[in-house]
Design a protein around this ligand. Structure first.
Ligand code: FSX
Ligand code: SF4
Ligand code: F3S
Length: 392
């Protein structure tokens, strides 16, 4: 954001009111919006639009359905700390139906859902948490006398957007693990059409918030990949932005939990880390806003690929990961620098500050949150084309 815009926004009473609502200073509020803008990979200047949207736009009504899951998606959203992310989420959206968070129950709460859907017809966001059992007409998960399948279809019919939060809702997640007794599926499979997916078990609340803020600011959902995942968050392999990557490149591996290599922070590849085949931004934005070190690999546990269908909960933990790309680590300087796209260094540095990452490395990794799996997407599209022409 240019200095003049920043000064104008700092003087804007609407910004002050929003900051007061969130118990933040105006500067903190603007920094937070700049960080969201950087997470979204928006160009310079877009942070002003984000701040204005968060401060003044009508909060979209959200209907949040809950099916086969552990409630970790909701928990991770509410446990986010600095600067009170859960407050911001609840300020940005109007959560009109959520079974776990509602004080009311029974008919009262079902009436609230129907009322919110009728009043916001065609405008509400449907968020689904948890997988949907499909065996025996879905009788293994019922809420208010309706199956999860029925509720998903009913609520999706008049929604402006459908977001599947967590791996369970995205592709079945943990409940769909073999032998998948309830034939648990994700939302897109049940609706028979693509939806935005924010996989992760649990998913990162920043990715949910950034998706909603994108919708609020621009009136549309962010660009997604072929699996419905927002590209701003799922375009890079964990392995490309991992703090242990230098050890991988140098061939220094932990061979056993607790051995000398493990204690020295060596690469976890030989302990089964699935970072090389998992697309997500955990290593960049981390979890819980508690500062550095708050993501699995940093804590010493291999990434299990929880965002990735076919990897998380499917591949045995100690199986070696497939090395999907030879893309150099994002910690290495780029040889060619594109101009005018992605987050600016300034915005990225703000993100790093908010995430508690080291400013230099954080700025570089955020700036590099580009499109590493473009090639893979192109290959997938080619295969789809070949298979559909083969079917003809
Ligand atoms: Fe749990 Fe959510 Fe995992 Fe699933 O997150 S954290 S089992 S993705 O649906 O509650
Ligand atoms: Fe990091 Fe895992 Fe890659 Fe090693 S294999 S660099 S621990 S993501
Ligand atoms: Fe999941 Fe791996 Fe991130 S296990 S939380 S995708 S580091």
């Amino acid at each position: 954001m240019a200095n003049t815009e920043l000064i104008a926004l700092e003087r804007d009473e609407r910004i002050s009111a929003a900051a007061r609502r969130l118990s933040m200073s105006r500067r903190e509020f603007l920094q937070f919006c700049a960080a969201l803008s950087a997470t979204l990979g928006l160009p310079q200047g877009a942070d002003a639009a984000v701040a204005e949207a968060v401060a003044v736009k009508k909060r979209p009504s959200v209907i949040w359905l809950h099916f086969q899951d552990c409630t970790g998606c909701t928990e991770s959203m509410l446990r986010a700390e600095h600067p009170t992310l859960e407050k911001l989420i609840l300020d940005v959206i109007s959560l009109d139906y959520h079974e776990t968070l509602f004080a009311a129950s029974g008919h009262q709460v079902e009436a609230a859902r129907l009322k919110a859907m009728a009043e916001n017809k065609g405008q509400y966001i449907l968020v689904v948490e948890g997988s949907i059992p499909t065996r025996d007409n879905g009788i293994y998960c019922k809420v208010g006398g309706k199956t999860a399948m029925e509720l998903t279809k009913e609520c999706a019919a008049d929604a402006a957007a459908v977001i599947a939060i967590g791996s369970c809702a995205s592709w079945g997640g943990m409940p769909s693990t073999d032998p998948n007794p309830t034939e648990a599926k994700g939302v897109a499979a049940v609706l028979g059409k693509p939806v935005v997916t924010i996989p992760g078990c649990p998913p990162n609340p920043y990715n949910f918030l950034s998706t909603v803020v994108h919708f609020l600011t621009f009136g549309k959902l962010p660009e997604v990949d072929s699996l419905g995942r927002p590209k701003f968050a799922y375009s890079r392999l964990i392995h490309e932005n991992c703090e242990r990557r230098a050890h991988f490149d140098a061939g220094r591996f932990a061979m056993q939990f607790g051995d000398a290599g493990h204690r020295q922070g060596f690469c976890l590849y030989k302990l089964g880390c699935k970072g090389p085949e998992t697309y997500a931004n955990c290593s960049v934005i981390m979890f819980g806003d508690a500062g550095a070190g708050t993501w699995p690999v940093s804590c010493g546990h291999p990434c299990i690929g929880c965002t990735e269908q076919g990897v998380g909960f499917q591949k045995p933990i100690h199986t070696l990961a497939k090395l999907k790309s030879v893309e150099p680590s994002a910690f290495l300087p780029r040889i060619v620098e594109e101009k005018g796209i992605g987050a600016t260094v300034g915005a990225a540095a703000l993100l790093a500050a908010v995430a508690g990452a080291a400013a230099g490395a954080g700025a570089m990794t955020a700036r590099n949150l580009g499109l590493s799996h473009q090639a893979e997407e192109a290959e997938r599209a080619k295969q789809n084309k070949t298979s559909s022409s083969a079917e003809v």
